[in-house]
Design a protein around this ligand. Structure first.
Ligand code: HPA
Length: 265
């Protein structure tokens, strides 16, 4: 079975278990975003991702490795991935984008990708603040696409959805997300380079999922939560616990933002 067929099998299993023919929206909850999931809608079904074909068990604290089928107040069927697989786990690219491919195979046309990120603009960004991803710089050295499939990435993060998010929360700012393989955080010299080349946020996820979602023809909304400033910008060492704590503190605002955006998609 190739990666796309495996996603088709996972989608079928998900449909059956949730008793839903087709899903409208998929939401990928990154580090720190998990507590926000409860605000999205009524839970119809929830399972460990490992109960579905092709999903790897979670490797990181704060990534629950579960998938939830929810129904919003307006009746939208939303698939919520509580946690994701990262490139730094060393399983390769296909497991990283299996969530998005499964969602697309289950009918999803809109993918909302969330993550925790280091802020590269302490002048204008605050820790705990959600930032709309306007574009990305893929420095993972990887892509989920194999072969001569040339995908346009001019508007990876759908302008219509960004506009909608801004209508829901006019205080949102936008930024360019730069992705690395990890798991090391960056050096101060790297952070200075990333600022110079036009990045506003740095993290270890999202871009490969966004590319896979574009390949599947889905629309994408990306949201980063600034959990810390990039190495060397704040003068303090970085740690994963800090990232999770910021998420827990801001979950409610994020949940309401996501719920409102999804209802208007
Ligand atoms: N760098 C990379 N990934 C991250 C960071 C960071 O500073 N914060 C949260 N995820």
């Amino acid at each position: 079975m190739n990666a796309y067929e495996l996603a088709g099998a996972a989608a079928n299993s998900l449909r059956e278990r949730a008793g839903v023919d087709s899903f409208d929206v998929a939401l990928v909850m990154g580090s720190g975003w998990l507590p926000a999931a409860d605000a999205i809608g009524e839970v119809a079904a929830e399972m460990a991702v490992t109960e579905l074909p092709g999903f790897a068990p979670p490797a990181v604290a704060g990534h629950a490795g579960r998938v939830r089928a929810t129904v919003t107040a307006s009746g939208k069927n939303v698939l919520i991935f509580l946690g994701r697989t990262h490139l730094y786990e060393g399983r390769g690219v296909d497991p990283v984008v299996h969530n998005v491919r499964t969602a697309a195979a289950a009918g999803v046309r809109t993918v909302v990708l969330t993550n925790a990120a280091g802020g590269l603009r302490p002048e204008t960004q605050r820790v705990g603040e959600p930032i709309l991803i306007s574009d990305h710089i893929n420095m993972t050295g990887q892509t989920p696409i194999v072969g001569a499939t040339f995908i346009d990435l001019t508007d990876v993060y759908t302008p219509r959805l960004r506009k909608l998010a801004l209508e829901v929360d006019p205080g949102l700012t936008e930024g360019v997300y730069l992705a690395l393989r990890g798991p090391t955080y960056e050096t101060p010299a790297e952070i200075r380079m990333f600022r110079t080349i036009g990045a506003d946020l740095v993290g270890m996820s999202t871009v490969l999922e966004a590319i896979a979602a574009r390949e599947a023809g889905a629309e994408i909304l990306g949201l980063s939560m600034v959990t810390n400033y990039g190495a060397g910008l704040a003068g303090e060492p970085l740690n994963h616990e800090e990232v999770l704590a910021v998420g827990a503190a801001t979950a409610e605002r994020m949940g309401h933002l996501l719920a409102k955006v999804i209802d208007r998609i």
